[in-house]
Every structure is written in structure tokens, then in C-alpha cells.
Design a binder for this molecule. Structure first.
Ligand SMILES: NC(=O)C1=CN([C@@H]2O[C@H](COP(=O)(O)OP(=O)(O)OC[C@H]3O[C@@H](n4cnc5c(N)ncnc54)[C@H](OP(=O)(O)O)[C@@H]3O)[C@@H](O)[C@H]2O)C=CC1
Ligand SMILES: CC(C)=CCC[C@@H](C)[C@H]1CC=C2C3=C(CC[C@@]21C)[C@@]1(C)CC[C@H](O)C(C)(C)[C@@H]1CC3
Length: 418
């Protein structure tokens, strides 16, 4: 049995109390959003329009549908991949190998959904099942996290995550104890991070668009745009799947309730908030406003993709001609830090791009309600907190070199503001 890491690892998220609060708060917010968005006043703040009973939330069909979805995505994960990538070196000096075929999974899922539509599958009925589906996804995430926690009890010490092994059961359950829980060579965390949730989000958006077409004859311009923007976002992340292997979620975090619930329930049901809002609260969007919003989205995407690609190319091969001219700071680890280009303007240019895109998605819902802006407010909080965690980890990794980087690049996310 693996010993706990003890009190040496600094506790994040406010320790056990913070973890317990978040574990209750996030599911509560998700159900509040699902209930509020379909109510007349669509209020973000204040009590939910009603409290659903267990008979509204629980449906064996919804559970079966969630398992079918997970099974389908797992089968697509196991298909031959265009590329196999190696993860970062682990404590036992080994590297795990990952199939890079998430974009292929998206395309194959789209083909299967197209066939299902041709066969007459009533996908427009799915929005009526969001509450039981979200409940089933939460249940799967909870039970899955319990199983992951138990599995970690018999894992070797070298398999444990740097965080998530404090010895406090609540905190460790939340953050996750084992870094890369595997079933044979199937990496459960890597699988859940991208596929079921992100592809599920796009599918949920599509069902909302179909439902709108059934109700109003055709989808609105705002609904088309929100579907297109978010499909571009998800498609882009899946296309650059390999970049996930260097994120803190894969390198640092264990697989616990935070990621299980976040990936399987929160992402598909909370991130589709704007499309849900547009179904129940149609907005008339003129072409001039739509053009401005498209421009905001394009600027956000340009920054997001430019910054992420620059770092990924540099990390893969610092002498690549596309990044070889950039100024760098050497570090004691042998790796360098970029100090010009996107990463020389602010410390997290990719977060800024992400936030600008989130603004564009929310603007599609007009300005009459605060509710569709929840995603933007949430993302600001998530990324500010994530930036602080990353900063701590970089300070530990790079020490003086990181301090020098922070001295030269003063602003974190928004130039001259933050
Ligand atoms: N919509 C959502 O819910 C979320 C979206 N995201 C998005 O996902 C993407 C990935 O974000 P995330 O995983 O947080 O991390 P980042 O892609 O920002 O990576 C941070 C890491 O980059 C490296 N790094 C930092 N500064 C430099 C530098 N100057 N030069 C070279 N390398 C540097 C460090 O790792 P090392 O040195 O070890 O390589 C650091 O730990 C972002 O675009 C973000 O917006 C993320 C979370 C949630
Ligand atoms: C239960 C709880 C308190 C959860 C809060 C955090 C989660 C919602 C987020 C933690 C890390 C996440 C990531 C993504 C979505 C949000 C959560 C699950 C992510 C899949 C979004 C798309 C990104 O490009 C990403 C793949 C880097 C990212 C991974 C982390």
C-alpha cells in the first residue's frame, strides 16, 4: 500500500474544507444553471425556479445513454491512431504512450450522428433529458472517483501524483491520488480529459440546434454561430491533442473527483449554457452585430492559437525555424523560457485568447440577461486561479529563472491590468 505524501506537499483549493465546498458547489451550480436557463426569468442569481425531485433526476435510460456514450468514445480511442505520442518522464523513469486520434474520434462521431439522424433518431428530444443525463454523469463521476481512490490505495508510490496525497481523504478524493490510472494501457484520465466531455458538449449543442429548428422552423443566426464557434474551439483542442500531455492536469494532477466531474458532467452540461439559453430565450441578432462578434471571436482565436502553438512548437523543438529567433531565458533544468513573441507580452497569452472567445460566445445571447455570461465569469475565476497554481509550480521548477521571467514580463493575463 502506498504511503501518503504527508504534509510536505502544499495544499491547494483551500485544503480539505475548500475541496469539500467545491465538490458540493459545482454540481449545485450545474443543476441551478440547467433549471434556471429554461425558466422564464432565467436568473443567474437567486434561488432556482424549483427543486427537482429524485423522480425528475433519476432515469435508468439516461444512465444507459451515458454508458453507451462512454463505450462509444472508448471504442474510438482504441482504433488505430495517426500518431502515438510519449508523455513526460515519470518518477520511475518510464514514459507512457498515447494514441493521438481524438480528432478522428470527433469526425467518426459526426458520421455516426449523421447516420443516426438519417435513420430518424429523434435527437431533438435530448434537451428534455438534460437533467437526468447530467445527474447520471455526476453519479458516474462520483462512483468512478471512489473506485479511482480505492485503486490508488494499492498503487506503487511511484504512480502517485505530486498533489492529491496529503493523507486527508476528502482532499485526496477531490484532487485524485494516482497520476495516471491505467486499465492495461488505457489511460483513464487522458481519455476523459478530452473525448466524452468535449465531444459531448458539441453533440449537446447540435441537439439544441435541432430542437430550435423543430420549434421555430430553422435555427437562428445566433444558434448557428454559437454552434460554429464552439465546434471550432473543440475541434482545435482535439486537433492539437498532443499538447494535452504537457498540461498540469496530465503532468501534476491526479485523477479524482475534480477532473472526473469536470470532464464528464460540468463541461458538456455547463459549457453548452449559451446554446441552451438561445433555445429557451431566442435572440434576434442582426448582421452588423454578428460581424462584430465574429471579429471578437477571430481576435480571441488568433491569440489563443498563436500563443499555444508557439509554446508547443518551442517545447517540441527549440531550433524549429518558426521559433528559433525568439529570445529565451535558460533554466537550471536545461529547458528554456520564451521571453519574446506571445510569451514575452504577458505570462499567459493563451488565457487571454480563451477569455476573448468566451466573451464572443456570451455576446451572442444579447445583453438582456446575466445568465449566459456565467461562462465568462467562471472562466475568469478558473484561469486566474489556474494561473496562480501554474506560477507556483513554475517557481518550484525553474526558481531564479522564473523570477527573472516574471521581472521581465510583468503582466499575467491582461496587459497593463493584471
Ligand atoms: N476552457 C476551459 O475550461 C479551460 C481552458 N484551458 C485552456 O487550455 C490551454 C492550456 O492551458 P494550461 O493547461 O492551463 O497551461 P499552459 O498551456 O498555459 O501551460 C503552462 C505551462 O507552460 C510552460 N510555460 C509557461 N511560461 C512559459 C514560457 N515563457 N516559455 C515556455 N514555456 C512556458 C510551463 O510548463 P513547462 O515549462 O513545463 O513546459 C507552464 O507550466 C490554454 O489555452 C487555456 O486557455 C485550460 C483550462 C480550462
Ligand atoms: C469539481 C470542480 C471543482 C471542478 C472545477 C474544475 C474543472 C471544471 C476544470 C479543471 C480542469 C479542467 C480542464 C478543462 C475543462 C475544465 C476542467 C475540467 C479542459 C478539458 C478544457 C479544454 C482545455 O483545452 C483543456 C483540455 C486544457 C482543459 C483541461 C483542464
Amino acid at each position: 500500500m502506498a504511503p501518503p505524501q504527508g504534509s510536505r506537499a502544499p495544499l491547494e483549493f483551500g485544503g480539505p474544507l475548500g475541496a469539500a465546498t467545491l465538490m458540493l458547489l459545482f454540481p449545485a451550480i450545474m443543476f441551478h444553471l440547467l433549471l434556471a436557463v429554461r425558466s422564464g426569468p432565467a436568473r443567474l442569481l437567486g434561488p432556482p425556479p424549483y427543486l427537482p425531485g429524485l423522480e425528475t433526476l433519476w432515469s435508468p435510460w439516461a444512465l444507459l445513454l451515458c454508458f453507451t456514450w462512454l463505450g462509444l468514445q472508448a471504442a474510438l480511442y482504441l482504433l488505430p491512431a495517426r500518431n502515438v505520442a510519449e508523455g513526460r518522464e515519470l518518477k520511475d523513469k518510464k514514459r507512457l504512450r498515447y494514441p493521438i486520434n481524438a480528432f478522428q474520434a470527433l469526425v467518426l462521431t459526426a458520421l455516426l450522428v449523421g447516420l443516426a439522424l438519417l435513420a430518424g433518431l429523434p435527437l431533438g428530444k435530448l434537451p428534455e433529458m438534460f437533467l437526468p443525463l447530467a445527474f447520471a454523469a455526476t453519479l458516474i463521476a462520483f462512483v468512478g472517483s471512489v473506485l479511482l481512490y480505492l485503486k490508488a490505495l494499492v498503487a506503487p508510490a511511484s504512480a502517485l501524483a505530486p498533489g492529491g496525497n496529503s493523507g486527508n481523504a476528502v482532499y485526496d478524493f477531490f484532487l485524485g491520488r494516482e497520476l495516471n490510472p491505467l486499465i492495461c494501457s488505457f489511460d483513464l484520465k487522458f481519455f476523459c480529459e478530452l473525448r466524452p466531455g468535449l465531444i459531448g458538449w458539441v453533440l449537446i449543442n447540435l441537439t439544441l440546434m435541432i430542437k430550435e429548428a423543430e420549434l421555430r422552423g430553422s435555427p437562428s443566426l445566433a444558434m448557428w454561430l454559437v454552434n460554429g464557434f464552439q465546434l471550432l474551439y473543440v475541434g482545435d483542442i482535439l486537433w492539437h491533442e498532443e499538447a494535452l500531455l504537457t498540461t498540469m492536469d496530465i503532468v501534476h494532477n491526479g485523477f479524482g473527483f475534480m477532473l472526473a466531474f469536470g470532464d464528464l458532467a460540468w463541461v458538456p452540461f455547463a459549457y453548452s449554457l449559451q446554446a441552451q439559453f438561445l433555445l429557451y430565450h431566442p435572440q434576434s441578432l442582426g448582421f452588423p452585430m454578428a460581424s462584430v462578434i465574429c471579429l471578437i471571436k477571430a481576435v480571441g482565436y488568433y491569440i489563443f492559437r498563436g500563443a499555444n502553438s508557439q509554446k508547443n512548437i518551442f517545447r517540441k523543438n527549440p531550433s524549429d525555424p518558426r521559433v528559433a529567433d525568439l529570445e529565451t531565458i535558460p533554466t537550471a533544468t536545461g529547458r528554456q523560457l520564451l521571453v519574446s513573441g506571445w510569451w514575452g507580452m504577458i505570462r499567459h497569452p493563451n488565457y487571454l485568447g480563451d477569455l476573448i472567445m468566451a466573451l464572443a460566445w456570451s455576446l451572442l445571447c444579447g445583453v438582456s440577461h446575466l445568465l449566459p455570461y456565467f461562462y465568462l465569469l467562471y472562466l475568469i475565476t478558473l484561469l486566474v486561479h489556474r494561473e496562480a497554481r501554474d506560477e507556483q509550480q513554475c517557481l518550484q521548477k525553474y526558481g531564479l529563472a522564473w523570477q527573472e521571467y516574471c521581472r521581465r514580463v510583468r503582466y499575467r493575463i491582461v496587459p497593463y491590468i493584471y
